[in-house]
Structures are given as structure tokens and as C-alpha cells.
Design a protein around this ligand. Structure first.
Ligand code: DC
Length: 219
């Protein structure tokens, strides 16, 4: 389905727990609408990378702030993809390592970092589809369309396992840990449409989101 003629500034938020399908669905929706896709988690991952790279303790939020203000962190929106540059160097391919997966939720709990990420994202100009944990609540409460994707941890673990060929139980344990650490940010916006993706293919989730956007725009 192609939904045409969107207002210039339209923002569509997709929140939910790790591996709930937000990135894949978000990319599919953005592609169908012909607008950019944004992964907010990449900025949390970039901050984690900086701390690890410069040997800063993960609890040290003052040192983290100093790193963020002394290095140039850029989120580049490409068609169907995002790149992260630090001081002009593309480090995107380093941001989905097991080490960063393990520590990013701890780093993302720093309020000062959450403010920094929120401000960077609010500098972006719509239209876009943006995925994360608190996009529809804290960062873009005014977004026109908000979705919250869920699926039980066993289903999410199976999807991640298929992507990365890791040990299934280890993937599930790691997702449970991240769910726990991300819990504070993980409240659906009151006006979000919740979609349980357990029994859906990716294509069905994308269609469902597009159908909501289309229906809301039809007279
Ligand atoms: O979506 P992701 O797996 O790339 O996100 C990485 C981590 O960043 C996630 O465990 C929690 C954090 N995050 C967050 O706290 N708020 C967001 N809006 C996006 C990500």
C-alpha cells in the first residue's frame, strides 16, 4: 500500500522493547511512504561506543557529557538507512556488537544523555518514521501517529536468533535483562496504537501501520 500526500512535517513514532520489530517495520513503513527512517537507539549506541572507546566508566555521567560535547556526533539519514559519524568517521558498523548490546541500556539510563539525545532528535525536520522506546512519550509527544509494538520475549528472542545465529537461550536472557533495564522508558503513549506482532509477518505489521495512517488521513 502506498499512502501519498503526507503533510511535510509528519512524524510517525514506533516504540517498543528490543527486537519487537520496530526497525524492520519502521524501515518498511518509511519506504512505502517515501520518507526517511530514524533509529533513535543509534545515538545511545554511539554514546556507549564513545565511553568504551575512551575507557570511561559507564556510571560516570559527567565524563559522558564531556565526551558528547567534545566530539562531533552526527546521525545521517539515508534512504532506508542511518549512519553515525563521530568526528567525521563512520562507526555505524561497530554499534551492534554484543558488547554494546550488553552495556547500552545502562548508559541509556543517564538522564543527561536522554536529554542530549532528545535535543538532537528534535533538531531533525519531519517528515520521518522514528523508532525507539520513548519517541511517542518524551521526545515527540505531538507526533501525528504513534505505534507501540510488542511480542513475548520468546518470540523476540527467536527473531534475533535467526538474525545473528547466537545461542537462543542466551539471546532470551539478554533480552529479558534489557527489558528490565529499559523498563522506565517503556510505557506506551496514551494515544499510541498497540500492535502485538506475535502472529504477524513483518509485511502484515507494515500493512497494519500503513492502514492506520491511511484511515486517519481519509475523509
Ligand atoms: O533500539 P536499540 O536496540 O538500538 O536501542 C539500544 C538501547 O538504547 C536500548 O536498549 C535502550 C536504549 N534506547 C532508549 O533508552 N531510548 C530510545 N528511544 C532508544 C533506545
Amino acid at each position: 500500500m502506498i499512502v501519498s500526500v503526507l503533510p511535510d512535517q509528519i512524524i510517525i513514532t514506533l516504540d517498543g522493547p528490543a527486537a519487537s520489530g520496530k526497525s524492520s517495520a519502521g524501515k518498511g513503513v518509511a519506504k512505502a511512504l517515501g520518507i526517511p527512517f530514524v533509529s533513535s537507539g543509534l545515538l545511545y549506541r554511539a554514546a556507549t561506543y564513545l565511553m568504551s572507546h575512551y575507557g570511561v566508566a559507564f556510571h560516570d555521567d559527567q565524563a559522558l557529557l564531556q565526551l558528547l560535547y567534545t566530539h562531533r556526533v552526527e546521525l545521517i539519514l539515508q534512504v532506508n538507512d542511518n549512519r553515525v559519524l563521530i568526528d567525521g568517521k563512520d562507526i555505524t558498523d561497530l554499534l551492534h556488537s554484543d558488547e554494546i548490546d550488553h552495556t547500552v541500556s545502562t548508559v541509556a539510563a543517564h538522564n543527561s544523555l536522554r536529554e542530549w539525545v532528545g535535543e538532537r532528535l528534535q533538531e531533525l525536520h519531519g517528515p520521518f518514521v522514528i523508532e525507539g522506546r520513548d519517541m511517542g512519550t518524551a521526545v515527540f509527544p505531538q507526533a501525528a501517529y504513534k505505534f507501540y509494538l510488542t511480542a513475548p520475549v520468546e518470540i523476540r528472542a527467536r527473531r534475533r536468533f535467526d538474525e545473528r545465529e547466537a545461542d537462543l537461550e542466551a539471546v532470551a536472557t539478554s533480552l529479558r535483562r534489557r527489558d528490565r533495564l529499559d523498563a522506565k522508558q517503556l510505557t506506551p503513549a496514551k494515544d499510541a496504537i498497540c500492535i502485538d506482532t506475535t502472529n504477524q509477518t513483518l509485511a502484515q505489521t507494515i500493512e497494519q501501520i500503513l492502514a492506520y495512517v491511511h484511515a486517519a488521513r481519509s475523509p
